[in-house]
Design a protein around this ligand. Structure first.
Ligand SMILES: O=c1ccn([C@@H]2O[C@H](COP(=O)(O)O)[C@@H](O)[C@H]2O)c(=O)[nH]1
Length: 305
């Protein structure tokens, strides 16, 4: 699966994913009002607004990008109706030729991780049928429970040719509270990185492993160390844009071949029309503002590669 992502990155010259994190507050009023008129001020109404918003953004950006990253929390807040739109968004993106990284951050004891794995990247047996739940190409996973919590995901990846991104050094301000703690004289994120390499050894797909790592753009010095520790691990890099990460901060996430990382921006793209820089588009043309923000992001990142 990682080789497919690399091919799409090479074709588009865009090592990015668009984060589909649709909070209602980012959705222009004309879309929300139309959805409320049709479905009322209900979970269905909210979910319809999310769908219309996503669809317009995807339609206006899919030809420029290799991948998207829907954040499941933004859909879960609208209950079952939101999850239906999460599934519909995944299918729609894949039909447009995009790879989909489900940002679900799952991980539990082994038996429960197995169920999460089949639900998101595998298939579940229902009588004589093999049924797919969310059918994402990659998902994010949380390594806090250790090897038995991660192995079920790796096994499904290997069986189904899917991919993972394991949280190693996250982009948020408090990420150091646990992740930077010294264990036997070394920060915990380094030990997790070594485990990610080990977990991914039997999942090579070309030059890189299907078991990748989440490494925040907001900690460039750490990404430099992590790049060296994990030369064959693809990085999913959140934190660019709205969280303050810049192109310069991303340099160390990439290998010398210009590969090795896919950079996410969510609010910076989907809510671009709210930024002064893109205000001329206005809420009616929000998706064109997103397209311009994608063009600018690609140029910005390529300027440091
Ligand atoms: O370390 C992490 C891991 C995941 N995320 C997720 O990425 C996006 C970032 O959104 P922006 O609007 O571009 O800030 C969001 O879905 C986070 O949950 C992260 O930010 N950091």
């Amino acid at each position: 699966m990682i080789s497919q992502l690399i091919q799409k990155i090479q074709k588009t010259k865009a090592p990015i994913c668009v984060g589909l994190d649709p909070m209602l507050g980012y959705i222009p009023n004309h879309i929300v009002q139309r959805a409320f008129k049709d479905f009322g001020e209900t979970m269905e109404g909210a979910a319809e607004a999310v769908w219309q918003f996503n669809k317009e953004i995807i339609d206006n950006t899919y030809d420029l990008i290799p991948s998207v990253k829907p954040q499941i929390a933004m859909y879960e807040q609208f209950g079952i109706e939101g999850l239906k739109i999460y599934a519909r968004t995944i299918e729609y993106c894949q039909n447009k030729g995009l790879l989909v990284i489900g940002d679900v951050k799952r991980g539990d004891i082994g038996s429960t991780s197995s169920a999460y794995a089949v639900g998101h990247i595998g298939s579940v047996k229902v009588g004589s049928n093999e049924c797919r739940g969310f059918n994402t190409d990659f998902i994010t996973v949380n390594p806090y429970l250790g090897t038995d919590g991660i192995k079920p995901f790796v096994n499904v990846c290997n069986d189904e040719d899917r991919g993972l991104f394991v949280l190693v050094k996250t982009s948020n301000p408090s990420s150091g509270e646990f992740q930077d703690r010294l264990v036997d004289g070394r920060p915990l994120y380094e030990l997790v990185a070594e485990k990610v390499v080990e977990w991914g050894e039997a999942s090579m797909d070309g030059d890189y492993s299907n078991v990748g790592a989440v490494v925040g753009a907001t900690y460039p010095e750490m990404s430099k160390i992590l790049r060296k520790l994990m030369p064959k691990t693809y990085f999913l890099v959140p934190g660019y844009g709205a969280q303050g990460g810049t192109a310069k901060d991303l340099m160390h996430c990439f290998n010398e071949d210009g590969l090795g990382a896919v950079v996410n921006s969510s609010r910076g793209i989907i809510a671009a029309y709210k930024q002064e820089k893109y205000a001329k588009f206005g809420p009616e043309h929000f998706a064109e503002a997103s397209r311009q923000a994608v063009v600018d992001m690609i140029a910005d990142i390529n300027s440091v590669l």
